[in-house]
Design a protein around this ligand. Structure first.
Ligand SMILES: [Zn+2]
Length: 376
């Protein structure tokens, strides 16, 4: 803790530096500029760097610290991309403002999750200073988390399979670590009907809009809050003019589930969907693309260790579940104990008010450092 407190000004300066390099997921060069800066810090720490080209996205950055030992490594997961487009800094510059919870550090991506990335490197630096890095630590920084992690997912899963545990640097849930996340699905429904003049030839038309309305009602009914399952038709578009019976209608559906079993059930329900009007055709695409991070015994054990360490530094750490997905969903689904929400305390992620509460930075980094040490 003292080591980290001694480096707090560096931590905050680096956080500002990283926030001031905008890095929207869809801008490869920008994300790579952020990666370049982080890689320089890593080289100062003597870490090993491997950069895997991410195609149309920035590089997937794989970092390794600590000598090989009989302990398996732990994997720390972060991402360098943000949801903010280039130029956001002009309306959302770095700011340090007084609030009821103390100084808030504001800027695009500050809590989700540039603070987490900086915290991880400070945790490792402190352990190195104390000669206390007693097992290999791998850090994976992804360029595409905010757009579904398509490019980084194989790297995340490959490194997770080598690891004892996975720690995810996403923001805390309030003050809590996250031990469960819902699985996330995305489905697209396309209905093809039969177009006709709404006045002259009504009877020969089959409305794709009307059919979709029935389907929307049906799939929305699959929401079951007691199971934690939600089905949200968030986008619908169809038809061309009010006097034309609509030939086509599309809908986009977001699905959240708590268990793998329920993920299978919901996928079956979508596959089994049929039109009510036999003259209309239906195409169903998509599926569950982030499996749920279930609250497994391995994850509970990690959380209990975190809770003991937290108590030693005067912190009452709680656990929480969330409906949002992260890269932790992938590692938990392949059976590696995963603890999430280990990054900064703050709020307003993906909004103009995104902030980190500065007062928690040192203590959360100390807790992360404790978790990186072996001994469960
Ligand atoms: Zn994030």
């Amino acid at each position: 803790m003292e080591q980290i407190r001694g480096n707090e000004s560096r931590l905050r300066a680096r956080l500002r530096e990283l926030v001031e390099i905008e890095s929207p997921s869809d801008d490869r060069a920008a994300v790579n500029r952020a990666a370049d800066v982080v890689v320089n810090w890593v080289l100062e720490l003597g870490g090993e760097v491997r950069r895997h080209p991410g195609g149309s996205y920035g590089d997937v950055v794989e970092l390794r610290f600590g000598a090989a030992s009989h302990h398996k490594p732990v994997l720390v997961l972060g991402h360098l991309d943000t949801v903010y487009s280039a130029g956001t800094l002009t309306t959302m510059p770095w700011r340090e403002v007084e609030a009821e919870d103390g100084v808030r550090l504001q800027g695009p991506g500050v809590v989700d999750m540039k603070a987490g990335v900086v915290m991880a490197l400070e945790a490792i630096a402190a352990l190195q200073q104390l000669n206390a890095l007693n097992r290999p630590v791998m850090v994976l920084l992804n360029p595409d988390e905010e757009v579904g992690s398509e490019v980084s997912r194989p790297h995340t899963e490959r490194l997770a399979r080598e690891s004892d545990a996975v720690f995810v640097l996403e923001p805390a849930q309030g003050l809590a670590y996250k031990t469960a996340r819902k699985g996330v699905g995305h489905f697209e429904l396309t209905v093809s009907g039969v177009a006709a003049h709404a006045g002259v030839d009504f009877a020969s038309g089959h409305s794709a809009v009307l059919e979709m309305a029935r389907l929307v009602e049906q799939v929305s009914g699959w929401t079951d809050l007691s199971k934690g399952r939600t089905v949200n038709v968030g986008v619908i578009r169809g038809g061309t003019r009010s006097n034309v019976i609509a030939a086509e209608c599309k809908a986009e559906v977001d699905v959240r589930v708590v268990t793998m079993e329920d993920a299978g059930v919901v996928e079956e329900m979508f596959r089994g969907l049929r039109t009510h009007d036999a003259a209309c055709k239906l195409r169903v695409e998509g599926g569950i693309n982030r499996p749920p991070m279930e609250r497994s015994p391995g994850t509970v054990a990690l959380f209990q260790k975190a809770q003991r360490l937290a108590a030693e530094i005067g912190l009452d750490l709680q656990e929480a579940a969330t409906g949002g997905g992260s890269d932790g969903n992938f590692t938990a689904a392949i059976g590696v104990p995963t603890l999430d929400g280990m990054g900064a305390v703050g709020g307003g992620a993906h909004s103009p008010n995104e902030y980190v509460v500065a007062a928690h930075l040192v203590v959360r980094t100390a807790l992360l450092a404790g978790m990186l040490q072996s001994g469960f």
